[in-house]
Write a protein that binds this ligand. Sequence first.
Ligand SMILES: Cc1cc2nc3c(=O)[nH]c(=O)nc-3n(C[C@H](O)[C@H](O)[C@H](O)COP(=O)(O)OP(=O)(O)OC[C@H]3O[C@@H](n4cnc5c(N)ncnc54)[C@H](O)[C@@H]3O)c2cc1C
Length: 388
Amino acid sequence: MDLSLTQEQEMIIGLVRRFVREEILPLELKLDPDADALDAVDRDRLISKTKELGLYGLDIPPEYGGPDIDLVTRTLIAVEMAQHRAGLYAPCYGVFGGAGLAQLFEATEEQKDKYLYPTLRGEKRGFFGLSEPSGGSDPARAIQTKAVRDGDNWIINGTKLWISGADRADFGLVFARTDSSKGRNGVTCFIVDTDTQGFHVRRIVHTLRSAHYATELQFENMVVPAANILGELNKGFAIANDRLTRQRIPYAAGCIGVAMKAQEMALEYVPQRETFGAPLSSRQAIQWMLVDNDIDIKQSLWIVLEAAEKAQRGVPFRKEAAMAKLVATEAGGRVVDRCMQMFGGLGVAKDLPLERWFREMRIRRIGEGPSEVQRHVIARELLGSSLR
Ligand SMILES: Cc1cc2nc3c(=O)[nH]c(=O)nc-3n(C[C@H](O)[C@H](O)[C@H](O)COP(=O)(O)OP(=O)(O)OC[C@H]3O[C@@H](n4cnc5c(N)ncnc54)[C@H](O)[C@@H]3O)c2cc1C
């Protein structure tokens, strides 16, 4: 087992690290502390740069024009890309592009023309509509949105809750029940245009996330052509589950990046700050916080990299992805919390990114499946069929 980075990995990670420090951090100084977007001129300029670096659309498969970088390296890149104020939910403000809804790679050619290619070109945006007011932890049972066949169309009625970015999207994936007798085998994924009659989106609450409203979607006799079914009828839950499993790896990597940056800030600060006639760094209470941070960061990094390596090799990685999400989100929260404590009053001021990380990191133990659900996934993998 070789735990060292290859020369190529070191080179790419060095490039991204410099990009964040030289391009993103200076711009962020001028932005509102809660901003989640750059102005159009800066955005276009930086997109041209990431294209020049050959790093645009990192998660786009090479056959669709992506840069063909393996998942372990992309995980290390995701750790770097998160190391700025908006890094948890808007890593590098999106200037590295991305595949968007990865399920669309499984779409029909007609669907790809309409939704996938425009997304890859940055012309269209999608949302992922799974959770409902009846619950998001166990969506297979909770989904009540119903689709009923009507000739070549399906008529959809129901409500989705907490859906990110639906107020700014052109289309989205909507998971609806198409066979009520079959549980998780009775859910189908529909691609839905947001300008369809009967589609209603409403911003509901401003969450702990900066510059972000959660949305509620209502479908009122919304007519969707059968040609807009993604994958197979009644097989939509497998599509949702696959996406959730894969997404856990970059989601976890972002938490580690933020934890690393917070720890770097604390390591710089505590030797300079004096209380009671001596630097904070001379106090064992402070040293132990730094030590615990270092251990939290290292443990979660190895677990996340193991998940990425297994996914890359094509072997089962469900348990490892759940562990990665669980460990990195919880460790990230502890690290940011300790760093805030070491900075004192400054730790909670908007002058530093810590308060934003603290708020947004808290969501991470709930979004994309709460910690308890990750433990449930791991327990199922450990106990297998003996668990009812
Ligand atoms: C900011 C934000 C953005 C989101 N974006 C999206 C999105 O784009 N698309 C989307 O589909 N969803 C989205 N969600 C929804 C998110 O995935 C759900 O909030 C999450 O899955 C939890 O579902 P819930 O809120 O219904 O909680 P519930 O399912 O009601 O669970 C409540 C709590 O119960 C506990 N719990 C649940 N199951 C168990 C168990 N088996 N054992 C022990 N304890 C348990 C957990 O602590 C959980 O937090 C978003 C949520 C937030 C906050």
